[in-house]
Ligand binder design. Structure first.
Ligand SMILES: *Cc1c(COP(=O)(O)O)cnc(C)c1O
Length: 369
């Protein structure tokens, strides 16, 4: 059996180990927030956002952000059908209804036209997920949001390092959320971040994030409301500080891997990879290949071909509306069709050229391309 090629894996150096060890040894008592404060400050600066709150996950950040916007029972929240369940779960937890909208065939992100026709009196927010690092059309989505008076928020879990017209993904909407799960470009093991430019929204989420205890509240053990507990620990933040110090390297390597695949695969007719339109940078979290329909390639054949080579390629996200928890949305044709003929390629930072060549080899040999 050939050596296994994993799909994702964090890039951990001596720096992460040193910071984590320091946090374990000294980061207690009065110093128990030092790495958290430093990580938040560094992240704000990197992103160009005024406020940041480190969280235990992206899911938690989204949950609190939507709660702070007042999303609740009877409300609707619009999101792309192509998504990880983490984007929809907080909507459900808040008692609101996720409205799954189709994606564009090139960006695999929200189709703005479909968003606009899905808006109802109950629509409380639009969640723009930058899938696999590909950018949503934020100009159009923000315009739609503005015209209808509906906040557009960004799930930028997969888009660290993605930039649109000099603005970073996550810094364009009413708020943005990030994930530092072990599979993501920057990791703290588990973790996330809430970011916003809006001081009042920041204050609300800060209070929610601290079990409803407002910053100015002087009474001890006195929550002003029932909040949440989605905090990041100082030890995790220490790992995050090291990763953030290496952010250019981490994103740069992801982009190198994407460029390698692009160079070797895009010459074949009928294959497309993550787009990178003019004036944008794709953070390249997840190199993904979509095969034209005419090639007759199926997900099942692709999975079998990669498995035979001991390569951990992954399926494109199932449309959320196809999961048992939701009702099918037949009109989401693109979101239902693309996963049938697409695959995520391994892209961990330390992947070697030999390994990438093996990945490319599977696709090349496939169907006598
Ligand atoms: C990874 C991911 C999340 C969830 O992140 P967690 O930190 O695991 O909560 C949310 N949305 C998208 C698009 C993701 O890829």
């Amino acid at each position: 059996m050939k050596q296994r090629i994993p799909y994702t894996k964090p890039s951990i150096t001596q720096l992460e180990q040193t910071y984590a060890a320091d946090a374990v040894a000294t980061g207690w008592g009065e110093k128990c927030y030092d790495y958290i404060n430093r990580f938040e400050a560094g992240f704000r600066q990197y992103l160009g956002s005024k406020f940041a709150i480190a969280t235990s996950s992206c899911t938690g950040a989204m949950h609190m952000g939507l709660a702070a916007l007042g999303v609740g029972p009877d409300d609707e929240v619009i999101l792309a059908d192509t998504n990880w369940i983490a984007t929809a779960a907080p909507i459900v937890h808040l008692g609101a209804k996720p409205v799954f909208v189709d994606i564009l065939p090139d960006s695999w992100c929200l189709d703005p036209e479909k968003v606009e026709v899905s808006i109802s009196k109950k629509t409380k927010a639009i969640v723009a997920t930058h899938i696999y690092g590909n950018l949503c059309d934020m100009d159009r989505l923000l315009d739609i949001g503005q015209r209808h008076g509906i906040p557009v928020v960004e799930d930028a879990a997969e888009a660290l390092g993605s930039v649109c017209k000099r603005k970073r993904a996550g810094a364009m909407g009413t708020f943005g959320t990030f994930s530092f799960h072990g599979t993501k470009t920057l990791t703290t093991g588990e973790g996330g971040m809430f970011v916003t430019q809006d001081a009042a929204l920041y204050e609300r989420v800060l209070t929610l994030s601290n079990h409803g205890r407002a910053k100015g509240q002087t009474r001890q053990f006195w929550p002003d409301m029932v909040g949440y507990k989605y905090k990041m620990s100082n030890v995790q933040a220490a790992i995050g500080c090291a990763q953030l110090q290496r952010i250019e390297e981490l994103v740069g390597r992801k982009r190198e891997i994407m460029a390698f695949y692009r160079e070797r695969l895009e010459k074949y007719q009928g294959l497309s990879l993550n787009p990178e339109p003019p004036e944008t940078i794709n953070g390249a979290w997840m190199p993904t290949v979509v095969f034209d329909k005419g090639l007759g390639v199926t997900r099942e054949h692709l999975m079998a071909a990669f498995k035979a080579e001991n390569i951990d390629a992954r399926v494109f996200f199932w449309p959320l509306s196809s999961l048992p928890s939701f009702k099918p949305v037949e009109q989401n044709k693109v979101a239902r069709d693309i996963p049938e003929r697409a695959i995520n390629l391994p892209s961990y930072h330390d992947i070697t050229e030999e390994e990438m060549k093996r990945v490319v080899g599977v696709i090349q040999s496939y169907n006598q391309l």
